[in-house]
Design a binder for this molecule. Structure first.
Ligand code: DP6
Length: 327
């Protein structure tokens, strides 16, 4: 057995959402997206190769992982094994510091960590663009968690996806943005993002409008990041999230990720804004509301969200680094 490679990767929160693929096998997105890599939402993984194993062995928080998660891990490892010409199976022990599969992007940090660990373990030397493209094969949003700070994921035009990669626009120290995550329900979500976005793409009459909006939102978000214009970025983030959920709600059958606390959080966010606390609402494929705020407004936003009925806790986040090796 080889010595274990230890890595760490953070989850990310999309301000301009990825929701729809142009190629499902390669996880090529139908549009670009823009995200924040968030401390302290971390995955720490340990990977070792073991020639005596017949199949990959995957542990999630000290328990054997589900067959579906193990299968996703094996799919990504197979790509690396093939490129490295090394068929050895692996043992992966992974752990998230936040609720798994509850709309908090655990697949993004998990697959970014796995891509990095696998390259090191199998001896593949990849550039950061290539690593992002590899992580994307595990989960689309993982392409972004390879990078730190404020990140753009370009959809690319190549059929093999080599130009569908994410890159850092601003490093964590270059703009201090904060996110308050509300924990609206801690159980696993009812429908995963992969299935939800495919159903939306194939059945929602709003999907075309959603995609057109994404391209404009992305251009506008790049400008807002370039100018460090918080108000513009916040408005784009809120409208991108609402448009994504509108398209999903219109799918057949409709997909409703929100619960009562999520709806209350949207209203709370807007009333905070009226009272001078500039918070913007976003939400992914689950019920957890997230508020984008300036550092000086974080305490008030946090307290208000924590006191909202149906919110079981909050996590205060700031920009963090891309995937990295641990000693
Ligand atoms: C709503 O990356 O989890 O969080 O590529 O099928 O693994 P797959 O989907 P995933 O989708 C994330 C969707 C989202 C929006 C976003 O993060 O951009």
């Amino acid at each position: 057995m080889t010595t274990a490679i230890r890595v760490r990767a953070l989850a990310n929160l999309a301000l301009v959402k990825y929701f729809g693929k142009r190629d499902a096998r390669l996880n090529l997105p139908a549009g670009p997206s823009l995200s924040l890599t968030l401390e302290p939402l971390e995955t720490v993984s340990e990977l070792s190769l073991d020639a005596s194993l017949d199949a990959d062995e995957v542990w999630l928080a000290d328990a054997p992982a589900s067959p579906s998660f193990t299968e996703r891990v094996t799919k990504l490892l197979d790509i690396v094994r093939q490129a490295a010409g090394d068929g050895r199976r692996a043992r992966l022990k992974t752990r998230n510091s936040f609720p798994t599969a509850a709309g908090l992007a655990s697949s993004a940090s998990g697959m970014a960590a796995l891509a990095l660990a696998a390259c090191k373990a199998y001896g593949l030397e990849l550039s950061s663009d290539e690593l992002s493209a590899l992580a994307r094969r595990g989960s689309g949003s993982a392409a972004r968690s390879v990078c730190g700070g404020i990140v753009a994921w370009y959809e690319g035009v190549e059929e093999d996806g080599r130009d569908s990669i994410a890159r850092t626009l601003l490093e964590p120290g270059q703009w201090d943005l904060r996110v308050v995550v509300g924990l609206a329900a801690s159980g696993p979500k009812e429908i995963g993002s992969t299935v939800a976005m495919e159903r939306t793409r194939t059945t929602s009459p709003y999907y075309g409008a959603w995609l057109r909006a994404v391209h404009q939102d992305f251009e506008d978000a790049l400008a807002a990041v370039g100018n460090k214009d918080f108000t513009a970025l916040g408005e784009i983030a809120e409208r991108s999230a609402l448009s994504m959920h509108a398209a999903a709600l219109a799918a057949r059958p409709g997909i409703a990720f929100w619960n009562a606390a999520t709806v209350s959080a949207l209203h709370l966010c807007r009333s905070l804004r009226k009272s001078g606390v500039e918070a913007y609402f976003t939400c992914d494929a689950g019920p957890q509301p997230k508020f984008l705020v300036r550092p000086e407004h974080q305490p008030q936003a946090c307290q208000a969200l924590r006191e909202l009925p149906g919110i079981e806790g909050v996590i205060e986040c700031h920009l963090g680094k891309g995937a990295l090796l641990l000693p």
